[in-house]
Design a protein. Structure first.
Length: 265
């Protein structure tokens, strides 16, 4: 089999978080190594493609909710590859003046994101490591788009579970939230230790990708300490302000990720 073409600087010898997420969203910006990783996850959680859809759906509901609250600035951390109905699509459809900064440390995100966003002067992509909040917050491109004297939505959607405990995800959340004023919001979704299947999936993620901590609902809720956690709290993704009917009995896939939104007073 011929070696797949990849942009310069892109390592296709191991799976990437951003590209694996692209696989489960039925995207095209991924490689065989990413598809092979997802095929292993499917063996443990057959619904993993559905889980990605639930995460994409709550992103849409959450961003619409935030625009309804008057938020016009979005810092999307660990954003992955910009795809259909991502943050800027949703925010700018509801509030065209919204400004969105995507931050990711995967160079493929910059390579593809810059092209996708070239004609959108209210959206940008920054290559940086969210684990270093100071470097992100001081980045000139971030500062150009985000006014930190005005409310900001700090978005950590589907990314904190890729931080190990020793990387202090709580401290990272606190650093970003300390940088934004009252009236800002925190939006988190996270793999949840909600079943034995979830625990088996965690083992696969850690073995094959090197990251993927499935934390308990209590651990996920702790990220919101000190802020006003909005109804319905931290819940399985389909239960967060659903727009369609939700089954009475949730499946493993429904409960694989939990999320919520809180407001900073």
């Amino acid at each position: 089999m011929a070696k797949e073409w990849a942009p310069q600087g892109i390592d296709v010898s191991k799976p990437s978080i951003a590209r694996a997420y692209d696989v489960v969203l039925h995207g095209k910006d991924n490689f065989e190594v990413d598809r092979a990783f997802v095929s292993e996850i499917v063996k443990v959680v057959p619904e993993i493609y559905d889980v990605a859809a639930y995460n994409r759906e709550i992103l849409g509901r959450g961003v619409r909710f935030l625009t309804d609250q008057g938020i016009r600035q979005f810092l999307d951390l660990g954003s992955g590859l910009p795809t259909v109905q991502n943050t800027h699509h949703v925010a700018q459809e509801h509030a065209p003046e919204s400004r969105v900064v995507y931050v990711d440390n995967d160079p493929i995100v910059l390579a593809h994101g810059r092209a996708l966003l070239a004609e959108n002067d209210r959206t940008t992509v920054v290559t940086a490591d969210l684990r270093d909040p100071r470097s992100v917050l001081d980045d000139p491109e971030v500062r150009k788009f985000i006014d930190f004297d005005q409310p900001v939505a700090i978005m950590l959607v589907g990314i904190l579970h890729h931080l190990h405990d020793e990387e202090d995800p709580q401290g990272i959340v606190d650093a970003y939230m300390s940088a934004v004023p009252s009236g800002s919001y925190l939006f988190v979704t996270h793999f949840c230790d909600s079943s034995q299947d979830a625990r088996d999936a965690e083992k696969k993620y850690l073995a094959l990708l090197g990251t993927g901590r499935f934390r308990t609902p209590e651990e996920i809720t702790a990220y919101f300490d000190g802020f006003e956690l909005l109804e319905p709290g931290v819940v399985a993704l389909p239960l967060w302000r659903p727009e369609d009917a939700v089954p009475d009995e949730l499946t493993v896939g429904h409960k694989l990720m939990f999320g919520g939104i809180a407001r900073k007073h």
